[in-house]
Design a protein around this ligand. Structure first.
Ligand SMILES: *[C@@H]1O[C@H](CO)[C@@H](O)[C@H](O)[C@H]1NC(C)=O
Length: 167
């Protein structure tokens, strides 16, 4: 009897805790209506997400768009990478970033918000490593330098959106 009573108390505790958790979380979720509200580069985010309210779908479409653009940037880097320098660094970092973004897509499917965050963080670091490497020869590669900063912003947005995906 006392064990049953104890169990009932524990169950009641969890029910109460989860209910109050939901009640408290609702007004505090800034992305509930517009997922891009949590992003740093909102205009860019909205141009990719296009009104999608579902956070998983919004994150997925953002990752796919980032991958598309990374593939193009990787092709652009491929031509000049033989001469070394920033383009060589960017080429290999884009390659690694694409792998991590593909993993991130799997993480969304598996509802693994934790790994999603880690894989997206890794890709953001790779985009930043490329941007840093390009810092020196910006003048001779203005178009490329601009694309590296867009990729950084998109990866940053993906990471922000991913925080809305259920852990
Ligand atoms: C990235 O995602 C994969 C699954 O697609 C997972 O196995 C891996 O652990 C994740 N990386 C990290 C560092 O969590």
């Amino acid at each position: 009897m006392s064990t049953n009573l104890h169990l009932a108390t524990v169950v009641l505790f969890f029910l109460t805790a989860s209910q109050s958790g939901i009640a408290m979380a609702r007004p505090m979720v800034p992305g509930a209506r517009d997922p891009c509200a949590v992003s740093d580069f909102k205009v860019l985010c909205r141009s990719v997400v296009k009104g999608q309210k579902n956070v998983n779908a919004a994150t997925e479409v953002s990752i796919r768009e980032l991958m598309k653009r990374t593939i193009k940037a990787k092709q652009a880097a491929a031509t000049g990478r033989k001469s070394g320098g920033g383009l060589k660094t960017c080429f290999s970092n884009y390659d690694n970033a694409l792998e991590n973004l593909q993993k991130a897509l799997n993480n969304i499917k598996e509802n693994d918000g934790f790994s999603l965050n880690i894989n997206l963080s890794a890709s953001l670091t790779q985009f930043d490593t490329c941007s840093d490497a390009m810092g020196g020869d910006k003048a001779s590669n203005t178009v490329f330098a601009k694309s590296t900063s867009t990729l950084h912003e998109m990866a940053d947005n993906c990471l922000a959106l991913s925080t809305l995906v259920k852990q």
